[in-house]
Design a protein around this ligand. Structure first.
Ligand code: DQA
Length: 145
């Protein structure tokens, strides 16, 4: 069984009550449970991590031994060179994911610093963004076997 690590950045612990018009009504636990159940059917072992702290996210990426990381860097997408460098140093695959379509929102959200070091980016499909990201990570892993 391969391991895929799912990382959620700042304020995603507030999903469910945080701007549901933009981010939907699913909580982070709901999202993780959906991913976990889909991944189990696909034969992948998952690990989940959420932090509001840039350094903790960098540490988690640095110690990750997973074949792939699915990451929603949240606001750090637009600000963090530290996260970009951490993802660039990670030897597995990286799929960036956003619940909302960041390109259809405020100007400052149109740029992703982290996406340049990801294998791909999926955004705008709410909870489904994560399931599509899981599909993408699975294909990347299987491609090399
Ligand atoms: C987000 C989009 C970011 O711009 C925002 O700061 C978030 C969530 C998304 O999933 O749509 O916190 O990453």
């Amino acid at each position: 069984m391969e391991e895929i690590l799912v990382i959620h950045g700042p304020n995603l612990n507030l999903l469910g009550t945080r701007q549901p018009d933009i981010y939907g009504s699913a909580t982070l636990e709901d999202i993780n449970a959906e991913i976990e159940s889909r991944a189990a059917k696909m034969g992948f072992k998952m690990d989940f991590f959420q932090s509001n702290h840039e350094g903790q996210l960098v540490d988690k990426i640095g110690e990750a031994g997973a074949r792939a990381i699915i990451i929603n860097p949240a606001v750090f997408t637009h600000t963090s060179v530290a996260l970009r460098d951490a993802l660039e140093a990670f030897s597995g695959y990286v799929v960036e994911v956003h619940l909302s379509n960041i390109f259809a929102r405020e100007d400052f959200r149109h740029k992703s610093i982290t996406a340049a070091v990801a294998d791909g980016l999926i955004c705008g499909f709410s909870l489904q963004s994560y399931l599509l990201a899981l599909e993408a990570a699975a294909r990347l892993i299987q491609k090399t076997e």
